[in-house]
Write a protein that binds this ligand. Structure first.
Ligand code: ATP
Ligand code: MG
Length: 225
């Protein structure tokens, strides 16, 4: 099978005044459609940095990211934003829920940005069925600040899935979940992967996540080891 996502010799340097922080170097990886790739590494090893580069949220200092044969360095910021909205589901480490909107509105947001054909009623139904699946049927009209960390994380996951993305990037998806909620989430990911053939790239330091991986890559101090 063709490679879907490829990272070629990625390097990321953050310039902090005089000091250069090398967050990633010589990172090569490739992901086929339908895989669940887990990037495993301790805090500070570069997981979030790598995910941001692969999802087109930030640009590498050196090296390239290819998606479906296209070199992302040739995409404008606008084109990257469109690509993310159409093909990617993003679950961030800090959920980035919009505080002035309800849970239901937060989940529908990617669909309204896309102005996809379909009535808002259809969006609402889809969002509410996802929220129900994640145990939040009683919370739909709440605002993010009224939810626990784990509940907010589940909202962020529902929002990432609403567009039916080809690939889901998740940064520490079990970060705020207890063992039971983590198990439930991992089983949901496995199910989406098997039934909808969605591809996943998960960054984590939680060993439980490796259980559902097709492959695990270990990241240490910015390098795959
Ligand atoms: N915007 C930034 N400016 C400067 N340094 C940064 C920036 N973002 C990350 N870093 C540094 O790059 C390294 C990798 O950070 P990153 O956030 O990718 O790690 P991580 O593996 O996601 O850690 P965690 O598990 O704690 O989320 C760290 O040393 C961090 O301090
Ligand atoms: Mg991180």
């Amino acid at each position: 099978m063709e490679n879907y996502l490829v990272a070629e010799n990625l390097k990321k340097v953050y310039q902090e005044g005089e000091k250069a922080i090398i967050a990633l170097s010589e990172v090569n990886l490739s992901l086929k459609r339908g895989e669940i790739l887990v990037i495993f590494g301790p805090s500070g090893s570069g997981k979030s940095t790598l995910l941001h580069l692969l999802a087109g949220l930030d640009r590498p200092t050196e090296g390239k990211v290819w998606l479906d044969g296209a070199d992302l360095s040739g995409f404008s910021d606008e084109e990257l934003a469109r690509l993310r909205n159409e093909k990617f589901g993003l679950i961030f480490q800090f959920y980035h829920l919009l505080s002035e909107f309800t849970i239901l509105e937060n989940v529908i947001l990617p669909l309204s940005i896309r102005r996809k054909k379909g009535s808002s009623k259809v969006y609402q139904e889809k969002a509410s069925s996802l929220l129900t699946e994640f145990g939040l049927s009683q919370r739909m009209n709440f605002r993010p600040a009224q939810l626990s960390g784990g509940e907010q994380q589940r909202v962020a996951i529902a929002r990432a899935l609403i567009n039916n993305p080809e690939i889901i990037f998740a940064d520490e998806p079990t970060g705020n979940l207890d063992r039971q909620a983590s198990n439930f989430l991992l089983e949901s990911i496995r199910k989406l992967n098997q039934e909808n053939h969605q591809t996943f790239l998960l960054a984590t330091h939680n060993e439980m996540v490796a259980r559902i991986a097709s492959r695990v890559l270990n990241l240490r101090e910015g390098r795959i080891v």
